[in-house]
Write a protein that binds this ligand. Structure first.
Ligand code: SF4
Length: 378
């Protein structure tokens, strides 16, 4: 159940909104919401207390959420209400200007890359995945095929297209970093090759810190090749941390066990640096808080930033009716995790690019800030 609000701290309000979602008085407020695609989806960027966060607005829990975000006034300012009571200010990032352009070969820019959070350019370089071909192999939370089927994106973004859009997003909208993810193609590099050529093309066009995200490539030499192509940070995403949950939720991807991910992390950290390799962990899929915190402790010890986000049940996926985690479950993970991160000097603010730096899909960076304010720093 959502917490009964007295005065919520920013991190608690963000946590509540991300777990329970929100209803919008004006669904058209701000930039377009995200639907489908790789990674977390069905949410909208909202700025609360100066932090831009992704709030689920198209999910089943969001339709029942006790939180309501008012229509913004002419200056873009709005309020979050709960049971009719205003409990916080909110605003919406504006629609980016680069969305109005088309590439030299006629593709609308938002079909190539979109704005995430406040200042992140995000793209799925390859919108298909070997694991998405059959329901017996696909990750059950994933909607990578939905935006492609709906014509909101194209299957393969070329390096030239990505470079063109990145340059415009920096020039017109002040984008600060870029995330490139990919569906997993056939082949042992697991997407590293197309990410390397894409990053190199963007870096040749505009100076922009880049995170790439893929499954661990077979050959560790790919880490050096990615770095040499201009990649600043690397994400290799566990999603779930215990093998039974991994096999149930992501039967194809679970063929690569957690131990293999740890070998990959140990090879990648010396190449990219401490805190510049990260992993996404979806809380709420069956792993206990203790399971997640135990794995996070191992990750932090080897210099990997564990970006723990609440699972968002995306419409149209096999998990659309799976409950989102409660805010108290997330609080029980994020509070001690933030302390662990601050004490070990592995903070999101020091990450050069990507999801861990953006932080919009989790209240983790808000918890880090409040932990640092409480004086837990070593
Ligand atoms: S945390 Fe990652 S997936 Fe979430 S909005 Fe930011 S860049 Fe996008």
């Amino acid at each position: 159940m959502p917490t009964t609000p007295t005065v919520l701290q920013t991190e608690d309000l963000v946590n509540e909104l991300q777990c329970y979602g929100a209803r919008l008085v004006d669904p058209k407020a701000g930039a377009e919401s995200r639907r489908g695609g790789a990674g977390p989806s069905d949410h909208k960027a909202v700025t609360i207390a100066g932090m831009t966060v992704m709030v689920p607005v198209h999910t089943a829990p969001a339709f029942e959420s006790p939180y309501l975000i008012e229509k913004p006034d002419a200056a873009g300012n709005s309020q979050v209400l709960r049971d009719g009571l205003a409990i916080g200010d909110a605003s919406f990032p504006l629609r980016p200007r680069f969305y109005d352009l088309c590439t030299a070969d006629g593709v609308p820019y938002p079909q190539i890359a979109v704005l995430h959070g406040r200042d992140v350019l995000a793209t799925t370089v390859l919108q298909t995945c070997i694991r998405y071909q059959s329901r017996t192999k696909a990750c059950q939370f994933c909607a990578i095929g939905q935006s492609l089927a709906a014509g909101r994106t194209i299957e393969r973004k070329t390096p030239a297209q990505l470079a063109e859009v990145a340059k415009a997003a920096v020039t017109l909208d002040g984008v600060k970093h870029m995330v490139m993810t990919t569906g997993t193609p056939p082949g042992r590099d697991r997407g590293a090759a197309i990410l390397a050529e894409s990053a190199a093309a963007v870096q040749a066009a505009v100076a922009l810190p880049i995170q790439v995200q893929c499954e661990p490539p077979d050959d560790p030499a790919w880490y050096g090749r990615l770095r040499d192509a201009g990649v600043d940070t690397l994400g290799m995403h566990l999603e779930a941390v215990t093998e039974p949950v991994r096999r149930r939720i992501m039967p194809g991807k679970a063929q690569m066990p957690v131990a293999l991910y740890f070998s990959a992390f140990e090879a990648a950290v010396p190449v990219f640096g401490r805190g510049q390799v990260s992993t996404y962990i979806l809380a709420g899929l069956g792993d206990t808080a203790e399971d997640i915190l135990a794995v996070c402790e191992r990750l932090v010890a080897i210099g990997v930033y564990p970006f723990v986000v609440p699972f968002v049940p995306i419409s149209g996926t096999p998990l659309e009716s799976h409950p989102a985690p409660s805010s108290s479950f997330m609080h029980g993970i994020l509070k001690p995790l933030a302390r662990m991160l601050v004490e070990s000097g592995l903070k999101s603010v020091d990450v050069k690019a990507g999801c861990a730096k953006c932080g919009a899909c989790s209240a983790l960076s808000s918890y880090e800030l409040s932990t640092a304010r409480e004086g837990v720093c070593a």
